[in-house]
Write a protein that binds this ligand. Structure first.
Ligand code: ADP
Ligand code: ZN
Ligand code: ZN
Length: 743
């Protein structure tokens, strides 16, 4: 390696502006990705600070014009260096360019003005000011006199007050300042996202399992062991209390903590819970923050103004000086995987960041991802179990209702007879009800209304998806046929794509139970900034009897008065064309069921489904994770799906249909050749095929999947394919490792 790509000004928006410098022999051992260096920059050869973000053996410009790096800045590891090294790791492990990765990890100040706070003070002595006051009064400089009089009484005065209440014109103010009579103090203010309510030190006494989890984590930390822990705790088992207690001990040791939670769960309740414990030392990130607010939270972290950052996956890149621990709550959530390049997974990235910073990682879930649980079984993560509900509340009683029977009994409403009965009962007892509709499958698969079976791909064990041209497609292998006239399993002519919206559910509830007060929560009703919180707190305050919603309502909320949860169509998430469909269904059902009966009153859950015998439904009903895990693992092993193997999705997007297809085929050929070279390793190339959405905005999309048991080999192949990026300027290449869903 001879040359280094260097970014000169990290606070610059233009992260892709790198400059090539030669690495002198004497520094070759020291310079790597992320190394801070001094360089002579520009025509004037001004000494500037920069960071190495790339290494190469080829000069990009005329060799003679390349300058040498002056020296390595010897300050030890600074945060920027670490972030750049992390960006490199992300690029290597999740694809994309270094620039994409840098943009993700560096909290670069965008062109937003900092929020400034300007205040006016006297720049002359009191005596001089009093003299001036007399003079202005004599000359009838009313406004100026008013200002000086105010300043003699009390200073500094906010500039707005001077311009507003005191009615001094900006011109006079400038005049006074130029004459050296007053001056302006400018302070940059953080845009804080801190909770401002009360803080109470209400401590719960941990039960034995909770205490054990806290003790294990903290003891090992003190002993210098750094682990990734997976807390597998049933719904309501008090995982959050465990996090809070570990965090408390971290902070006592002057360590800082990042807490990731799924965006959707980031509500008033979470904010309040953490803030009650830790007060102003907590900051929050969420997608509705402005660019400036977000930047300021990062700055507060860097300046040591906070100890805890809570937020969705991007909070991982909080520039703490002294990180001790990263918590990922609801570790199994899809939102931890980035949907933009680099398509990193926050879990794996957190583990790498922890390694770099000598921190530990705590993952928590009632329904761990197969990936995490497998690692725990393999001893890569340490498993800690919470097997009972914290408040000694019982797990709810779950009843599975077969919708096929309802159809036979001529009940065509969305509510089975049992569910309607139970709703009636709760309304009488003034208890609350949650009705849950998983809409993910909305525009998805075709299934039989008589036997409930989805129409499957004969080659891939995934459901076929209905396209608008009345053909059904497999998104893994490209298999497609015209839409069927009858069910291949039972011959019934009632094949239909699912599609009931929450709005329809709401209408149906109102019709059937005209006296019930109903709230609805879905993407439509939560467009506005505070609408989540409004709906949730209104429900918590018992201003409604029934909350109807999508998966949004199942995440981590705690409503003690809810004694009935109805899941209207459990199959919706089973029938999506995705190898994770069963896992996703299990998670949703178990989590939704876990909302019921979280306090004294016992809870009941009714799962309506066309596939009552399906293992996802059966195991979720009893929250039997291990039974689910075993069944699902067998399927993944057989089909070589993660975590039993890894998948690399290669997506090619281009305006020209032929070129896009050709390019994808070229990559497929290269991949096939690569697979030959690696004989002895399990690898398979699937495709190329048209993507699910074969065309968007006139861009054609082709996709290729490569499966391999060895992740490193897959990243090696990815680097090979990356080299083709430059060869076809008309097609965009996107890599996605272990994708969620499909293309
Ligand atoms: P989870 O994060 O596993 O869903 P929470 O931490 O939210 O569980 O706990 C569920 C409820 O039980 C909360 O209201 C919490 O305050 C309460 N709780 C947790 N641990 C205890 C405990 N040891 N004693 C009493 N209540 C507890
Ligand atoms: Zn059928
Ligand atoms: Zn297929």
């Amino acid at each position: 390696m001879l040359y280094a790509d260097i970014i000169v000004d990290i606070s610059h928006e233009n992260l892709d502006k790198t400059y090539q410098y030669r690495i002198p022999d004497s520094l070759q051992a020291e310079v790597g990705i992320g190394t801070p260096v001094y360089i002579s920059f520009g025509n004037g050869n001004r000494r500037r600070q920069g960071y190495v973000v790339g290494l190469s053996e080829q000069p990009k410009i005329e060799e003679a014009r390349i300058k040498e790096i002056d020296e390595v800045i010897p300050k030890g590891v600074v945060i920027e260096s670490r972030m750049i090294a992390l960006a490199y790791w992300m690029k290597q492990n999740f694809g994309g360019t270094m620039n994409d990765a840098l943009r993700t990890v560096l909290s670069v100040k965008k062109s937003v003005r900092p929020m400034e706070h300007k205040r006016i003070v006297l720049a002359v002595s009191r005596e001089k000011a009093e003299e001036l006051l007399k003079e202005y009064a004599k000359k009838h400089y009313v406004a100026k006199a008013r200002l000086i009089k105010e300043l003699l009484e009390y200073q500094p005065i906010p500039r707005e007050f001077v311009l507003g209440k005191l009615n001094v014109s900006p011109a006079s103010l400038r005049g006074l300042e130029q004459q050296g009579i007053i001056s302006t103090i400018v302070e940059e203010e953080y845009r804080k996202t801190t909770y401002t309510g009360e803080t109470t030190k209400k401590q719960v006494i941990l039960n034995a399992e909770q205490q054990n989890a806290v003790d294990v984590i903290c003891r090992e930390y003190e002993e210098g062991k750094r682990n990734t822990y997976l807390i597998h705790g049933v719904t309501g088992s008090g995982k959050t209390e465990v996090y809070l207690n570990v965090i408390e001990q971290m902070i006592a040791q002057k360590k800082q903590v990042i807490v990731l939670i799924p965006e959707i769960a980031l509500t008033y309740q979470t904010v309040r819970r953490f803030s009650e414990r830790f007060g102003e030392r907590v900051a929050f990130l969420h997608s509705k923050l402005s660019q400036g607010e977000r930047y300021d939270q990062y700055r507060r972290a860097k300046d040591g103004d906070i100890d805890i950052m809570i937020g969705p996956r991007s909070a991982l890149f909080t520039p703490f000086q002294n990180l001790g621990c990263i918590v990922i709550d609801e570790e199994h959530e899809n939102s931890y995987k980035s949907d933009v390049t680099p398509k990193y997974h926050a879990r794996e990235t957190a583990v790498e960041l922890a390694r770099m910073t000598n921190s530990c990682v705590i993952l928590g879930s009632a329904t761990p991802s197969l990936e995490a649980y497998q690692k725990a079984l393999d001893g890569k993560y340490r498993l800690l179990r919470l097997t009972s509900r914290a408040k000694n509340a019982k797990l709810p009683d779950v009843e599975i209702v077969d919708l096929k029977e309802e159809l036979k009994a001529k009940n065509r409403s969305m509510f089975s007879r049992r569910l309607a009965e139970e709703i009636e009962k709760r309304l009488e007892n003034q208890e609350q009800i949650m009705l849950f509709l998983n809409r993910r499958g909305y525009s998805g698969s075709l299934s039989c209304r008589s036997c409930g079976k989805p129409v499957m791909c004969p080659h891939c064990s995934v459901a076929l998806n209905l396209h608008s041209d009345q053909t059904i497609h497999c998104h893994y292998c490209g298999y497609h046929i015209p839409v069927l006239k009858e069910c291949p399993t039972c011959g019934s002519p009632y094949l239909a794509a699912f599609g009931t919206g929450t709005q329809k559910v709401e209408e149906a509830v109102k019709k059937l139970f005209p006296n019930a007060r109903v709230l609805r929560m879905d993407a439509d009703t939560t467009k506005e900034k505070e609408s989540y919180e409004k709906i949730l707190s209104s429900f918590a305050n018992e201003e409604a009897d029934i909350l109807v919603g999508t998966q949004m309502i199942v995440k981590g909320h705690d409503f003690p008065k809810v004694t009935l949860v109805g899941i209207l169509a459990a199959d919706l998430s089973l029938n999506v064309a995705d190898y994770r469909a069963s896992e996703r269904t299990f998670q949703l059902l178990a989590q939704a069921a876990g909302r019921a009966g979280r306090a004294e009153r016992e809870g009941k859950v009714i799962i309506q489904t066309y596939q009552p015998e399906h293992y996802s439904v059966q195991t979720a009903a009893t929250e039997n994770y291990t039974a689910f895990f075993e069944q699902e693992t067998a399927y993944r092993r057989l089909m070589k799906y993660p975590p039993k193997a890894h998948i690399l999705a290669v997506l090619c997007v281009g305006k020209d249909e032929q070129k896009t297809e050709q390019f994808c085929r070229k990559l497929a050929d290269r991949a096939k050749q690569f697979v030959k070279e690696k004989s002895g390793e399990y690898m398979a190339v699937i495709g190329p095929a048209k993507a699910t959405i074969a065309k968007t905005n006139d861009f054609y999309r082709n996709v290729l999947y490569i499966k391999a048991e060895n992740y490193d080999i897959l990243t090696e192949l990815a680097s090979c394919l990356e080299n083709y990026r430059e060869t076809e300027k008309n097609v965009i290449l996107q890599l996605d490792f272990n994708p969620m869903g499909n293309y």
